[in-house]
Design a protein around this ligand. Structure first.
Ligand code: GTP
Length: 597
């Protein structure tokens, strides 16, 4: 295929602005998928994505479209719409020459519109502004155009107004892709150089690797090499996604497709890796390769210690499909044997947990999530800490660093004060304020990732009555005034309940945790003192008083079936409990640390 008749593009948008719907319409307009075949939201083929309404993993689809008598190959590369997958997004954007910046003509520019647009601009993509949902009576395309110009400095005068829902002007969107997005450059005669931008696992075929060819060509039977992974393989099949896998004999510079080579695990396929020929002249690795960065960690423990091996199997199975998630065995005094798991971010953590619940029926206890800390000890030792209990005692620490993120908030102007106060309370550093329009503004702050993980999103939504949006990017590590806050139940430290927080928040957090614990832990036959503190300094204290009567005493001795029911109920409750010392702590209590706001 002559590269001048290829266009590679993606759609970037804020959640719910209609990315999937537009993708569906484009497939229909190009007759790639007929209306009859069109299932709702074909590109999002995971249930979870549908539930949450977010495109999680990058996919690609090739379409053929005739424009002014010439047939073009249009490759739409879908980008995951969440900050947890920033690196994956950047790898997908590198495979494109242009991006449709899709903005809801009623909602206007939102935090992710800005973040995604900047991302695309940084990758030198040609940006084509598209206003979606112009069928809505309240659509305000002219104002939204102004917002785009104001915030992003883009020329929106030729923005296309369309309705992905009704199909209105969707053909104009394709015409704009052909006219405005540059054709890929790249030399089909040069050594093979292809960017791996995604991979999926197929039970029968193994890893299916999605690539964009930058230079050269690839054929079935070729011997190829992954430059970062260092492995070589025979190509068993190549093809394009239309959107089903469609075999081809050859793919060349500028094209997008899939490669299958009997790779047994996704662990061996690194997103951002470069594919080249195993023999003869080899290409340079493409720049920007990174190992996945796990920013959020939590402990996962089976409620029943017997399920440990089963949990290990379930985690291993998940990892086959998702190499960016990691786990290693961990022991807790409180929870027994379990695993410390690392995720790209909070959403990624939720996704993995939901899959785990969906695919196995192990009862799980999850500890509060925490970020990765860097600690330099007085003796010079440097540690990367994923577990609060691994934080050394205060006296041994020279330097305690945490990840900092730059957060952009977009909201109606009346909530500026509320968000500023929230950020000030969380010791955020003000970076800038911008007006998108007379009624909407953007605030940018640097904040500790731990604060964002804690409850930032919920607070934003409640302060702005749901009208505010946020997005963030990791900036790096900075020193903080951090401490390890421990929780003691009847004098025993509950390792699973330790958290790391800012020294100035320790007392408030400690009080809140203890109060919550008090309400979650049932009464025992004896008094249960609860304490929170830093080292030996106790900051908060509560006591659960002793229980007076036996539960069954209420049954007047008569009704045995009722008694049995009560016992069963207690047994059921016990299953989700962990005993520390002589105290039974219900599973819910382990999350109390996170939930207290
Ligand atoms: P994520 O996958 O969550 O990023 O969302 P998305 O951007 O893919 O949005 P999606 O396509 O799922 O659309 C969100 C909602 O907007 C759905 O309820 C669509 O039916 C609706 N929608 C999409 N396009 C239009 C449009 O042109 N007009 C109207 N009225 N509604 C639309």
């Amino acid at each position: 295929v002559d590269p001048q008749f290829i266009r590679n593009f993606s759609i970037v948008a804020h959640i719910d602005h209609g990315k999937s719907t537009l993708a569906d319409r484009l497939l229909e307009v190009t007759a790639t998928v007929s209306k009859r075949e069109m299932k709702e939201q074909l590109l999002d083929d995971m249930d979870l994505e549908r539930q949450r309404g977010i495109t999680i993993k990058a996919r690609a689809v090739s379409m053929l479209y005739v424009h002014e008598g010439q047939e073009y190959e249009l490759n739409l590369i879908d980008t995951p719409g969440h900050v947890d997958f920033q690196y994956e997004v950047s790898r997908s954007l590198i495979c494109c020459e242009g991006a449709l910046l899709l903005v809801d003509a009623f909602q206007g520019v939102e935090a992710q519109t800005v973040a995604n647009a900047y991302n695309a601009i940084e990758h030198d993509l040609e940006i084509v502004p598209v206003l979606n949902k112009i069928d809505l009576v309240h659509a305000r395309p002219d104002e939204v155009k102004e917002e785009i110009e104001q915030t992003l400095g883009l020329d929106a005068s030729e923005a296309i107004g369309c309705s992905a829902k009704t199909g209105l002007h969707c053909d104009q969107v394709l015409d704009a892709v052909i006219k405005r997005v540059p054709a890929p450059t790249g030399d089909p005669e040069a050594p093979l150089q292809a960017m791996v931008f995604d991979s999926v696992y197929d039970d029968y075929r193994g890893a299916i690797v999605y690539v964009r060819l930058m230079n050269g060509a690839i054929r079935k039977g070729d011997k190829i090499k992954f430059l970062q992974a260092g492995s070589t393989h025979d190509v068993v099949e190549i093809g394009q996604l239309a959107p089903a896998r469609t075999k081809r004999d050859r793919l060349s510079a500028g094209q997008v497709g899939y490669v299958i080579c009997n790779i047994k695990s996704l662990d061996m396929v690194h997103i951002g890796d470069t594919l080249t020929a195993a023999h003869g002249e080899q290409a340079e690795p493409l720049p920007g390769y990174e190992e996945p960065k796990r920013m959020v960690f939590c402990g996962l423990y089976p409620s029943d210690g017997q399920d440990f091996e089963e949990l290990r199997d379930a985690l291993s199975k998940l990892k086959v499909n998702d190499p960016s998630f990691v786990f290693e065995p961990e022991t807790s005094d409180a929870l027994g044997f379990g695993f410390r798991c690392g995720f790209l971010g909070l959403l990624h953590m939720e996704i993995v947990q939901q899959r785990l619940e969906g695919e196995s029926d192990i009862d799980l206890v999850q500890t509060a999530p925490n970020v990765t800390y860097r600690i330099t000890k007085k003796d010079g030792e440097e540690l990367e800490v994923h577990t609060p209990t691994r934080v050394p005692d205060q006296g041994e620490i020279e330097k305690f660093e945490q990840p900092i993120v730059r957060v952009s908030f977009v909201m109606p102007t009346e909530y500026i004060g509320g968000i500023m106060k929230l950020c000030a309370d969380r010791r955020g550093e003000f970076i800038r304020q911008e007006y998108l329009s007379p009624t909407r503004a953007m605030l940018v702050y640097d904040l500790a990732l731990a604060e964002v993980v804690y409850d930032m999103h919920d607070r934003l939504k409640s302060i702005t009555r749901g009208f505010g949006t946020m997005d963030y990017e990791i900036k790096g590590y900075e020193e903080g005034d951090l401490v390890r806050l421990d929780v003691l139940v009847k004098g025993d430290r509950v390792d699973a309940l330790s958290i790391v927080c800012d020294r100035r928040d320790a007392e408030t957090r400690g009080r809140a945790v203890i109060k919550k614990l008090k309400s979650e832990i049932p009464r025992h036959m004896f008094e249960v003192p609860l304490q929170a503190g830093i080292g030996t300094r106790i900051l908060a204290r509560e006591t659960i008083s002793a229980m007076r009567k036996n539960v069954t005493a209420k049954c007047y001795g008569g009704d045995i079936s009722r008694k049995r029911k009560l016992w069963e109920k207690q047994k059921e409750g016990k299953k989700r409990m962990k005993s520390i010392g002589q105290v039974d702590i219900p599973q819910k209590a382990f999350l109390a640390v996170l939930e207290t706001g």
